[in-house]
Design a protein around this ligand. Structure first.
Ligand SMILES: [Zn+2]
Length: 313
């Protein structure tokens, strides 16, 4: 079989809109075309499937609905049952970042990019997005798949929901910038348990993206991760990401804020900067994070946001 555009690995060409070049503040969901894709040979295909991958200009963020690595991985798992010596495909981390075509991939890319555009409408969201400018390589946003499932810690989620936990990819320890793994819609099955119902109230794609981008924009940051809190916040890295997520929610005028790295909701009296800082333990954590993280210091300037404990340091 003639290899199709999916199997080619030619250089990607970015179509930069003139406006984005003039003004770095202009944010666009810019489609990326494979250079082969622009030839007549694939004209029909392009008409049929549209473009491949999206670059969220002007940020180094690439969105791809590619899940071929997961399909190949699943295939290999099945094959192994028949033939225990079946070879595992070796380049899954590479395959994961290749452009993909098809309505599913397109739907995914559009949903994520539209959510990022909504994130960018808020000051806190823009500040988090801007933090990605210092990344040494592109940050990929990819769907959660079979391969991720086996890397995730057991016990928190079950069944179908297992593969849906948004997270920073753990599949390749050598990644300079590990991708964000997120699946926009949870199937109904994941909302049945009480925990998941509560979580789903607090669960929206924009806040999830903000949270994961806080982790992703600082790929080598380990300092906060090492400081365990011994409570619902788990560690200072999660504490930091959830606080930023809450600042974003609060700017958006949400009244319901997260109260930990689980399904906890913040008590009403703690949903303002002052209220939150009354708690001595939380105040100490805020100070520690603020001192260590430039993003926290930048966010601290937005004193007008109702919940923004960084503004009181
Ligand atoms: Zn997190």
């Amino acid at each position: 079989m003639e290899p199709g555009p999916l199997h080619r690995s030619g250089p990607l060409r970015y179509q930069r809109p003139a406006r984005a070049q003039e003004d770095r503040e202009e944010m666009v969901c810019q489609t990326i075309l494979l250079h082969q894709y622009r030839s007549d040979k694939f004209a029909d295909l392009r008409e049929l499937w549209g473009d491949v991958m999206i670059r969220f200009e002007p940020f180094p963020i690439v969105i791809s609905g590619n899940n071929r690595d997961d399909l190949l991985y699943e295939w290999w798992l099945l094959e192994k049952q028949i033939d225990p010596d079946a070879q595992k495909p070796g380049n899954l981390n590479e395959i994961e970042r290749k452009p993909s075509v098809g309505p599913e991939a397109q739907k995914y890319e559009k949903a994520i990019c539209e959510a990022l555009l909504r994130v960018a409408k808020h000051k806190a969201g823009r500040q988090v997005l801007a933090a990605t400018f210092s990344l040494p390589a592109d940050l990929y946003i990819l769907p959660v798949g079979e391969r991720d499932k086996v890397m995730l810690p057991e016990g928190e989620f079950v069944g179908e929901c297992y593969s849906l936990i948004p997270h920073i990819s753990l599949t390749n320890r050598d990644d300079k910038v590990p991708p964000i793994k997120v699946t926009p819609e949870n199937p109904k099955g994941c909302r049945l348990s009480e925990t998941n119902k509560r979580l789903s109230k607090l669960d929206d794609l924009e806040s999830t993206l903000v949270h994961e981008m806080v982790h992703a924009a600082r790929p080598k940051a380990e300092y906060l991760k090492k400081i365990k809190t011994g409570d619902v916040w788990d560690d200072l890295e999660e504490f930091f990401s959830i606080i930023v997520e809450n600042i974003y929610r609060s700017e958006r005028r949400d009244l319901l804020l997260r109260g930990g790295h689980d399904s906890s909701v913040l008590p009403k009296e703690q949903t303002t900067s002052e209220g939150f800082m009354k708690d001595a333990t939380l105040r100490e954590r805020i100070k520690k994070v603020f001192k260590h993280e430039p993003l926290a210091q930048k966010l601290g300037r937005f004193k007008e946001i109702r919940f923004n404990p960084f503004s009181l340091v």
